[in-house]
Ligand binder design. Structure first.
Ligand code: ADP
Length: 617
C-alpha cells in the first residue's frame, strides 16, 4: 500500500551532531510526515528538492515538545524532539499550533513502537542535559514519557458572541502541569503544557475545562495552573498565613529530605519556598535545617517566575512542579509537599458526576439469566436501558470494600468493557447494575458455534479484547481473572471484557488462594501462582490463554490435566500447543504472552497493534 501523507510543513532542524565533532547548525527544511516515514528535504527555488533525511517511523522512540529557556538561535521558536536510532533530532516550528500538530501526529503514528519510558524535556546542549544535568547523551531521561496523544476529529467550536462582546474576553485560561488520562466519559484528557479554557471551577477538586478542539470534561484541579491568578489553595504545598518560624517548625517535625511548603512572604504578592534538608552544609557538616528560597519574577514585559537558577515559568504551580522533579540549583528537589491544613492526596476527591448509587425505585427486575460467584444474575431495566443485575448473595462478597472501589469502577468506561452503571447498596441484597450483553459469555458462545466461526471472526474477538485490556492497562487497572468465561458478547457479536478487578472482593478462599480448588491456575502467570504477584503483564499471560480458547473454539485449556500437573509442566517450560485453527502469527503472539519473565511479555498496547496489523492483511 502506498504511504498516506499526514502533514507537510517548512520548519527548521538542528543538525543531529552524529559525531562529537560535527558542527551545530540550523537549516530550513521541508518536512513530510506520511504513514511510513518522516522525510525532510532541501527546497531551492527553481530546483528539484533534494532529500536530506528520512526517518522510518518504526525507529522513533519518543516525540515530545522541548521546554527550554535557552536562547534559540533561529527564527522558529517552538522546538520539539524526535528521538530515533539513538539520535536526537530537534525541529523548530514557527508557532505553537504547528508544533502541537506535529507532535500529536507523530505521537499518534508511533504510539505502538518500542518507546522510551523516560525522556529529557530540555535540550542536550554543551555536553549536558539542561533538564537533569547528566553528561551522558544517552543517559535515561528524567521525566516520564506519555506516548498517548489525544487527537480529536471534532471541529473547533465557534466563538459565541453575546451582544457584541467577544466570548473569549471572559475566559479564564489554565495550563496543564502534567498529562491526565481520563477515568470515564465525563473527563477530559490533559496534555502537559497545553492551554485550556475553564468552564466551571466551582468544585474544589475537579474543574471542568474545554480544549482547543471544543471537547469539554472534568480534570483534577491540581493538574492545572491558572495563567493569571494566584489562588493556590487547592495545592497541597501551599500554606497561607504561616511565617518563617512556623514553617521551620513544621518542616523540622516532618524531618524528611525535600519536605517543603510554599508560603506567603512578608512582602505582599511574593511567595517563598521553604524546604527541609540534611545535605552537608558548606562546612561539610550534616545539620538538618530548613532553607528558604524566594520565588523571583523577571522584570521583562511578560512576567516569569524562577527560583535559584533561571529556569523560567509562566506560573508558580509550573515552577513548583518542575522543581518537584529537578533540584536545578536548589539544595534538594522538592520531594514531599507538607501542609498545615490538608492531609492525604486531594487528587482523587469526589468527582462531581459521581453517581454510582443506583436508586432501587428506578430498577425493575426481570428473569434469571445466569448465576456466578456472587450469586444470581437477572435481566432488568434501569432508566430505559436493558441491564444485567447481579444480586450479591450474603457472605459472597466483601461489600464494604467493593462499595469503596465501585466509584473507580463505574468510571472505567470503554466500548470494549462491560460497563458497570452503578450499585444499589441501600437494600439487601446489594445489586450491581451492568450493561446488558445479549449473547452471554464468550466461552459458551464459542462452544455453541464450533465449526462455524471464521478466522476473521476469531481475530476480531482477540482484537476487541486487547482493545479493552489496553484501556485497563493505560488506566493502571489489573483485571486479575481474564478468561473467555469473563468476556461477554453483545447483540452485534462484539466481545467485551467483564468482571475486571472483581476477584478482590470474593470471600471464598477456594477461589482466591492459588492453592484453592477454584483458583484459575490454567489462566495464571507463573508469578501469580508462586507469589500472587498480579500486574498488567500477568493479565497478558491470561490473554494468551484466552486467545488459545478463542482459536480452540471454547475448549478447556490443558483439558485432561489437573491444576498440579499444569503447574509442573509450566515449571518444566512447557506451554499450550498450537490450536489447529490458529495461524502461525497468532501462535507466536500467544508464546510471547507466555514468556516466563513478565518484562519479556508484550504490553496490551503492543498486542493491539500487532493484532490490528494482522487484520489488515
Ligand atoms: P459472577 O461475577 O457472579 O461470577 P458471572 O459474571 O460469571 O457472575 O455471570 C454469570 C452469568 O450471567 C454469565 O455466564 C452470563 O451468562 C450472565 N451474565 C453476567 N453478566 C451479564 C451481562 N452483563 N449481560 C448478560 N448476561 C450476563
Amino acid at each position: 500500500m502506498y504511504p498516506r501523507v499526514i502533514l507537510k510543513e517548512t520548519m527548521i532542524k538542528k543538525s543531529q551532531q552524529k559525531r562529537r565533532t560535527s558542527p551545530c547548525n540550523y537549516k530550513q527544511r521541508f518536512f513530510v510526515l506520511d504513514t511510513q516515514d518522516l522525510k525532510y528535504s532541501e527546497r531551492r527555488p527553481g530546483k528539484k528538492p533534494i532529500l536530506k533525511g528520512c526517518i522510518e517511523l518504526s525507529a522513533i522512540k519518543c516525540v515530545e515538545i522541548v521546554h527550554s529557556d535557552a536562547p534559540i538561535p533561529c527564527s522558529n521558536k517552538y522546538p520539539f524532539q524526535v528521538f530515533h536510532d539513538n539520535l536526537y533530532l530537534y525541529i523548530f516550528a514557527p508557532d505553537n499550533d504547528c508544533r502541537q500538530r506535529w507532535v500529536r501526529a507523530l505521537k499518534e503514528e508511533t504510539k505502538y513502537n518500542d518507546l522510551v519510558v523516560n525522556y529529557h524535556p530540555n535540550f542536550w546542549m554543551d555536553g549536558r542535559w539542561r533538564c537533569c544535568h547528566q553528561t551522558e547523551k544517552l543517559a535515561k531521561g528524567c521525566q516520564e514519557y506519555d506516548p498517548i496523544s489525544y487527537v480529536s476529529k471534532k471541529p473547533l467550536p465557534k466563538i459565541r458572541e453575546e451582544e457584541g462582546t467577544p466570548h473569549y474576553q471572559l475566559q479564564k485560561l489554565v495550563v496543564a502541569l502534567q498529562d491526565f488520562t481520563p477515568f470515564g466519559d465525563h473527563d477530559l484528557p490533559l496534555q502537559k503544557d497545553q492551554e485550556y479554557v475553564v468552564i466551571d471551577s466551582s468544585h474544589s477538586d475537579w474543574w471542568k475545562l474545554q480544549d482547543d478542539m471544543g471537547n469539554t470534561g472534568f480534570v483534577p484541579s491540581t493538574y492545572i495552573a491558572e495563567i493569571s491568578g494566584t489562588d493556590f489553595h487547592r495545592f497541597k504545598w501551599y500554606s497561607k498565613e504561616i511565617d518563617r518560624g512556623q514553617s521551620e517548625e513544621l518542616l523540622m517535625k516532618e524531618g524528611k529530605e525535600g519536605a517543603f511548603i510554599v508560603r506567603d512572604s512578608r512582602l505582599a504578592g511574593v511567595y517563598t519556598v521553604s524546604v527541609f534538608t540534611k545535605a552537608p552544609g558548606s562546612n561539610g557538616e550534616k545539620n538538618p535545617r530548613v532553607k528558604h528560597y524566594k520565588i523571583r519574577e523577571t522584570d521583562t514585559e511578560e512576567n516569569k517566575f524562577y527560583l535559584a537558577e533561571k529556569y523560567l515559568f509562566k506560573t508558580i504551580p509550573e515552577l513548583i512542579h518542575y522543581h518537584q522533579h529537578n533540584a536545578a540549583g536548589l539544595i534538594t528537589r522538592l520531594r514531599h509537599p507538607v501542609s498545615k491544613h490538608r492531609t492525604g492526596s486531594p487528587d482523587l476527591g469526589k468527582h462531581p458526576t459521581d453517581q454510582w448509587e443506583v436508586d432501587r425505585e428506578e430498577l425493575s427486575l426481570g428473569q434469571e439469566i445466569g448465576s456466578g460467584q456472587f450469586g444470581l444474575v437477572l435481566e432488568g431495566n434501569w432508566r430505559d436501558k436493558k441491564v444485567a443485575i447481579k444480586m450479591v448473595r450474603e457472605g459472597a462478597m466483601s461489600e464494604d470494600e467493593f462499595t469503596e472501589e465501585a466509584r473507580v469502577m463505574t468510571r472505567l468506561s470503554h466500548s470494549k468493557l462491560v460497563q458497570l452503571y452503578g450499585v444499589c447498596t441501600q437494600h439487601s441484597p446489594m445489586c450491581l447494575v451492568f450493561e446488558f450483553m445479549e449473547n452471554g459469555c464468550l466461552s459458551d458462545y464459542l462452544q455453541a458455534r464450533r465449526g462455524h466461526l471464521s478466522r476473521d471472526t476469531m481475530l476480531g474477538m482477540c482484537l476487541d479484547i486487547s482493545d479493552g485490556m489496553a484501556y485497563l492497562e493505560r488506566s493502571n487497572f489489573i483485571h486479575r481473572d481474564l478468561a473467555a468465561r469473563n468476556c461477554l458478547v453483545s447483540n452485534c457479536n462484539e466481545v467485551k471484557v467483564s468482571d475486571f478487578g472483581m476477584t478482590r472482593f470474593v470471600l471464598d478462599d477456594q477461589y482466591t488462594s492459588s492453592h484453592g480448588s477454584k483458583f484459575p491456575v490454567k489462566w495464571s502467570a507463573p508469578e501469580v501462582i508462586r507469589y500472587s504477584k498480579f500486574s498488567s503483564k500477568s493479565d497478558v499471560w491470561s490473554f494468551g490463554v484466552l486467545m488459545w480458547e478463542v482459536y480452540s473454539e471454547g475448549r478447556m485449556p490443558y483439558e485432561h490435566r489437573t491444576n498440579a500437573e499444569v503447574v509442573d509442566s509450566l515449571n518444566a517450560g512447557l506451554r499450550l500447543l498450537k490450536p489447529r485453527l490458529a495461524p502461525d502469527d497468532i501462535q507466536q503472539l500467544m508464546e510471547w504472552c507466555w514468556k516466563e519473565k513478565p518484562e519479556d511479555r508484550p504490553s496490551f498496547a503492543l498486542l493491539l497493534h500487532e493484532l490490528a496489523s494482522l487484520s489488515d492483511l
